[in-house]
Design a protein around this ligand. Structure first.
Ligand SMILES: Nc1ncnc2c1ncn2[C@@H]1O[C@H](COP(=O)(O)OP(=O)(O)OP(=O)(O)O)[C@@H](O)[C@H]1O
Ligand SMILES: O=c1ccn([C@@H]2O[C@H](COP(=O)(O)O)[C@@H](O)[C@H]2O)c(=O)[nH]1
Ligand SMILES: [Mg+2]
Length: 229
């Protein structure tokens, strides 16, 4: 049975975007800083949410509007499968099962992309999927995200979107999506709650039109500019 109910996130430690916030922030510039004040490395934004919650769709708009470099962990893994790398078959089987690829593999792909890029602003989509992923990223990269966006979407809506995506993904079927939802709740929600406790989480209501949802994202980036000036 799929729920309409939203996931329970530590509400007092997460920022929710409201129309009121938008009104205050819309007059500020939309250019985000290359790094957060006092930070040493590049600006890093993790983008989290269940399967089909709209992460990739919104990332494309963030890239267009704010020039961040988009790294989708799922896309990097699919590229690895397509290139017949030594891990290709293991990755393919893991994705078909809706499970999580070993942290070392995913972090190493992200690391390669970040280190070969001149960019100072990264949008890391669909990662970290588990506390173990998160710890591996911190250990290997020696970095933490500056902010985390969480696209909060009811399960029924996520399933509908995934089943209507039509991009030929091997995991876009009802059996795999059910498994992905279980993995999301068991392993990814604790990561989201971790960032809520760290005061880095921005929860976005992922129901609505793509543009309506992006207005909430815009407010986050506008606020970021505000606190980093
Ligand atoms: N606000 C929206 N309303 C309706 N459909 C949407 C919305 N946002 C995205 N979609 C559609 O839903 C599907 C899933 O979106 P998207 O690929 O962005 O999700 P995702 O979170 O990246 O999923 P995954 O974790 O499986 O990669 C796509 O077909 C997309 O066009
Ligand atoms: O960090 C990651 C990201 C993804 N995976 C696997 O890939 C699929 C698809 O990922 P999307 O982000 O939805 O494109 C996911 O279900 C996992 O099996 C991963 O293991 N680790
Ligand atoms: Mg995606």
């Amino acid at each position: 049975m799929l729920g309409q109910q939203r996931y329970i996130i530590l509400a007092d430690a997460s920022y929710s975007i409201t129309a009121y916030n938008l009104k205050i922030w819309e007059s500020f510039t939309t250019e985000i800083p290359t790094q957060v004040k006092g930070g040493k490395g590049p600006f890093i934004c993790f983008v989290l949410g269940g399967p089909g919650s709209g992460k990739g769709t919104q990332c494309a708009k963030i890239v267009k509007n704010y020039g961040l470099t988009h790294l989708s962990a799922g896309e990097l893994l699919r590229r690895e499968i397509a290139s017949n790398s030594e891990y290709g078959t293991t990755i393919l089987n893991t994705i078909k099962e809706g499970k999580i690829v070993p942290s070392e593999v995913t972090v190493s792909l992200i690391q390669k992309e970040m280190e070969s890029s001149d960019s100072k602003k990264f949008l890391i989509d669909g990662f970290p999927r588990s506390e173990e992923n998160r710890a591996a990223f911190e250990r290997i990269m020696g970095a933490e995200p500056d902010i985390v966006l969480f696209f909060d979407c009811p399960e029924e809506e996520m399933v509908n979107r995934v089943l209507n995506r039509n991009e030929g993904r091997v995991d876009d079927n009802i059996d795999t999506v059910r498994k992905r939802l279980q993995v999301f709740k068991a392993l990814n929600l604790p990561v989201i709650n971790y960032y809520a406790r760290r005061g880095k989480l921005y929860t976005i209501n992922a129901v609505g039109t793509v543009d309506e949802i992006f207005e909430q994202v815009r407010a986050v980036f506008a606020a970021l500019k505000l606190v980093t000036e």
